[in-house]
Write a protein that binds this ligand. Structure first.
Ligand SMILES: Nc1ncnc2c1ncn2[C@@H]1O[C@H](COP(=O)(O)OP(=O)(O)O)[C@@H](O)[C@H]1O
Ligand SMILES: [Mg+2]
Length: 240
């Protein structure tokens, strides 16, 4: 019997094999989420202070477990009642769809309508010159594979060019974060068949940018210190 596979889940034409993006180590059960009332007390660091329209991004610790919380609560009442709720709901949908994606931190859950928590994965911003030092030679291919896997799940990121949305994990693996601009398509839906392939190009263009940038960093590094590999802690998503 012929099996019909939907749009992006359809069997893809043969393409060169890319390296496996390996899953993070053992999955412990998700930690208990902080109650709204204790969120500020549990915050150990503000990773990013949102502007008028963006959430604060907080590093929060509960019972020895670290998590990143995106929180719209400090925004104006109007933003909270409109964009804050809407963006949070949309972003949680995306994170949920990407559960189990090895390059995407785990969704821990929603705290309320304005905040949700994900796994904290320490890493450096790929945009930093120092992050390129010591990267596996096939990092670009790993990132490409992470995008392929994301698109197969019906998600386009759309903001991967931004300097802070691709991290390099301690193990040299890519980490994708910040799905605030992402779109998720219903499996078998018209959007998944027609729009997703077009929008996926935006992500692939960002990949091209990162490949070129890394190649340039490598050339410059090789010219400056032949055979050397330096890596200071700058550019990490947390103090190193
Ligand atoms: N899951 C995570 N693990 C580690 N660091 C993170 C994580 N999520 C966010 N960060 C850090 O917080 C910064 C801001 O988060 P992000 O989701 O990009 O929000 P925004 O760009 O809206 O400020 C990131 O650039 C990164 O340094
Ligand atoms: Mg960001």
């Amino acid at each position: 019997m012929r099996t019909r596979l939907p749009g992006p889940w359809k069997r893809q034409p043969e393409r060169p094999r890319l390296p496996e993006v390996t899953a993070p180590p053992a999955c412990a059960p998700p930690p208990a989420l902080p109650a709204r009332a204790e969120l500020r007390r549990r915050t150990t660091r503000v990773l990013s202070r949102g502007g008028r329209w963006n959430p604060d991004v907080l590093l929060v610790e509960v019972a020895g477990r670290s998590m990143v919380v995106k929180d719209f609560a400090p925004r104006s009442a109007w933003v909270r009642a409109t964009a804050g709720r809407w963006i949070t709901r949309r972003e949680v949908r995306v994170w949920r769809r990407l559960r189990g994606h090895p390059a995407v931190p785990r969704l821990f859950g929603s705290i309320d309508e304005l905040a949700f928590a994900v796994e904290y994965r320490p890493g450096r911003h790929l945009s930093r010159r120092t992050a390129a030092a010591g990267l596996p030679a096939d990092f670009g291919d790993r990132l490409a594979e992470a995008l392929v896997q994301m698109h197969r799940r019906g998600v386009v990121h759309l903001d991967l060019r931004h300097r802070s949305n691709v991290l390099v994990g301690c193990d040299g693996q890519p980490i994708l974060i910040d799905f605030g601009s992402a779109l998720v398509f219903r499996p078998r839906g018209v959007g998944a068949r027609l729009l997703l392939p077009l929008l996926a190009r935006v992500d692939r263009r960002a990949l091209g940018k990162w490949r070129r940038k890394l190649a340039r960093y490598r050339r410059e590094e090789a010219a400056a210190s032949p055979g050397g590999c330096s890596g200071s802690g700058r550019g990490a998503s947390l103090p190193t």
